[in-house]
Design a protein. Structure first.
Length: 612
């Protein structure tokens, strides 16, 4: 079983923090956007993404179009062959030839129709797979900030329902095109038989077009709102699933059910609006189609009575009229096409979002170096607030710097800029004299390794999760890293040791952190970032782990997000953050006499106690 990271794209091949084992349910998505302008933009985005899909799979689309053309041609030829067979049967001349031609045309239509079904299914599955791969890639590229814009339930809805909807697009598009071509061909054939027949049919075309256009305008917004409501319910349900222990302990299950199902009334309204629009158009088309057909057949009967057409031509006229008015049945196809556009548009909303980091336009190789780290004028804005505001920091090579500050001062944001988990809005981060934004991302990931407070379990077994950054590592190397992080003992106690499936490995918070530290110990990064990576360890275990890390990280530059005075005291220097900047860079012993500095740790301890 592969578990999904919740901090995608972490440097050094390390995942980000896993979701908290137990969290309070979130409030769910905010108000659902909508309106005519948003609906039109969603349709336009969907059309753009579907055109891109057609270009990507143009060879299969061309083959599918050929089969559709064969079927349409055979369908249009069928009434002519039927008329010839009827006239041949009446005159008893060339009946065998006429019957053979009719049989051949019917066989071609059947074979082409079967080929369309098979090839259309393959083409649709290719489009769905392509959309899902791109969607997953962009979700991971958006990083931690993308979780706020696109919650988990919303992403899941787009990945399943929205991305699978366009699978029917190739067949639906060609079905619509074939119906329109068939209608045009039938109208032409009626005109060739007798132009009065074409005039009679043409009278019913404008009302049909108006009815379909009105439906597209009225139904797009309810379609999109329906899918957004489904995504909101999924997001709230996942929030509740994550906080199930809190909900049960609080006795708030009934209230939580109401919160999860709160979007249901809007979901029902959206469904009713869609069905109402669909019903209105269906009723109009249900009246227009037979009226038009009756008008054409009546005109044909009059022309037969006056001797202007033959009996065979009357039969052909009835068949062509039925073909032409069958375009009214395209309504269901238009409904499905609209659903494809809305689904593709929802996928496009994620694909169009700017990723947290972008590949450099002109990559610069990262030179060998001791791991000198400099941040110059770094500003990071989140939600309109400058979390880091023109921050400057110079970390000497090989030094261990503890990053200290009150809650909300940007400690995790600062260390995230080092390995390009996110890029600053202003300023530059340099590693050994080179801006990290100019270095190819794979090189940055190898140069900077992270260990987080709640590391996500990635891979199938315990061995896999430790070797996630270096899958080629041997068992001996993995075991040495585990020993370094004081994790070897509890791993060996698991049912299958290092081969224990993660699903069968009950781990405490401290054990999870030691697996993350083992993962960091296995890398050869010149910069190591410990983002509160020892907070869940008891004092004795933390001391053993710290001593081991000091040995293995000797000569490497490290940043440690510290919330305990003991952790800060073991560092060479302390970067004290305040108001988005480094208030002081000095040894812990030099800063400790300052009451404001000591208050930082008191606030952290109080926050931890409140969280417990």
């Amino acid at each position: 079983m592969v578990r999904t990271p919740t901090e995608p794209g972490a440097a050094g091949g390390l995942d980000g923090t896993g979701g908290a084992p137990e969290a309070a349910p979130a409030d769910g998505p905010g108000p659902l956007p909508g309106g005519p302008a948003a609906s039109a933009a969603l349709r336009a985005a969907g059309r753009r993404r579907l055109r891109e899909a057609m270009r990507r799979f143009r060879l299969r689309m061309c083959a599918l179009a050929v089969l559709t053309a064969v079927r349409v041609a055979a369908t249009l030829a069928t009434p002519v062959m039927l008329a010839g067979a009827v006239d041949a049967a009446r005159t008893q001349e060339g009946l065998g030839t006429a019957t053979a031609r009719l049989a051949l045309v019917l066989a071609l239509a059947a074979l082409a129709d079967a080929g369309e079904d098979v090839l259309g299914a393959y083409c649709g599955s290719d489009i769905t797979a392509w959309l899902r791969h791109r969607l997953l890639g962009r979700v991971l590229a958006l990083g931690t900030q993308g979780r706020h814009r696109f919650p988990t339930g919303d992403v899941l809805s787009r990945l399943t329902e929205s991305a699978s909807g366009p699978a029917a697009f190739p067949v639906l598009l060609l079905t619509a095109a074939a119906a329109l071509v068939t209608t045009a061909g039938a109208l032409t054939a009626l005109a060739l038989i007798d132009w009065w027949l074409a005039v009679a049919f043409a009278a019913g075309i404008p009302p049909m077009i108006v009815a379909l256009r009105v439906f597209v305008v009225q139904a797009t917004e309810p379609f999109a709102r329906y899918q957004r409501c489904q995504a909101a319910i999924a997001t709230r349900l996942l929030d509740a699933r994550q906080g199930i222990r809190t909900i049960r302990a609080s006795g708030t299950a009934a209230a939580e059910v109401r919160r999860i199902l709160e979007p249901l009334p809007d979901l029902r309204r959206a469904g009713h609006e869609t069905w109402a629009a669909q019903g209105r158009v269906s009723r109009r088309l249900a009246l227009l189609a037979p009226l038009t057909q009756v008008l054409v057949v009546g005109t044909a009967g009059i022309r037969l009575a006056t001797g202007d057409i033959t009996t065979g031509q009357l039969v052909a006229s009835v068949a062509y009229a039925a073909m032409a008015t069958a375009s009214a049945s395209l309504f269901d196809t238009f409904v499905a096409l609209l659903n494809c556009q809305v689904g593709a548009g929802r996928v496009d909303e994620v694909l169009a979002a700017a990723p947290a980091v972008r590949p450099p336009a002109r990559p610069v190789p990262l030179p060998d170096g001791p791991g000198r780290l400099r941040l110059k004028g770094v500003t990071v804005r989140i939600g309109g607030r400058a979390v880091l505001d023109g921050l400057d920091l110079d970390v000497p090579p090989g030094a261990t710097v503890a990053v200290v500050g009150a809650s909300g001062t940007g400690k995790s944001v600062l260390v995230s800029t080092v390995g390009r988990l996110l890029d600053p809005d202003e300023g530059v981060v340099e590693l050994d004299g080179v801006p990290v934004t100019a270095v190819p991302l794979p090189q940055v990931r190898r140069a900077v390794a992270y260990a987080f407070e709640r590391p996500a379990l990635l891979g199938a077994t315990v061995h896999d999760t430790i070797a996630y950054a270096r899958p080629e590592s041997t068992r001996g190397e993995v075991r040495d890293a585990a020993r370094t992080a004081a994790a070897d003992g509890f791993i060996r106690a698991l049912p299958d040791g290092y081969d224990t499936p993660l699903t069968d490995a009950p781990l405490s918070g401290g054990e999870l952190q030691r697996l993350g530290l083992a993962r960091a110990a296995l890398t050869r990064a010149r910069i190591v970032v410990l983002d509160d990576a020892t907070s869940s360890l008891d004092t004795a275990t933390e001391l053993k782990v710290t001593r081991a890390l000091q040995r293995i990280l000797a000569g490497r530059t490290s940043l440690v997000v510290a919330r305990r005075p003991a952790t800060a005291a073991r560092a060479d220097l302390v970067a004290w953050l305040d108001a988005g900047r480094v208030r002081a860079l000095a040894a812990h012993a030099d800063l400790w006499p300052d009451p404001a500095y000591r208050a930082v740790f008191s606030a952290s301890a109080a926050g931890a106690a409140a969280g417990a």
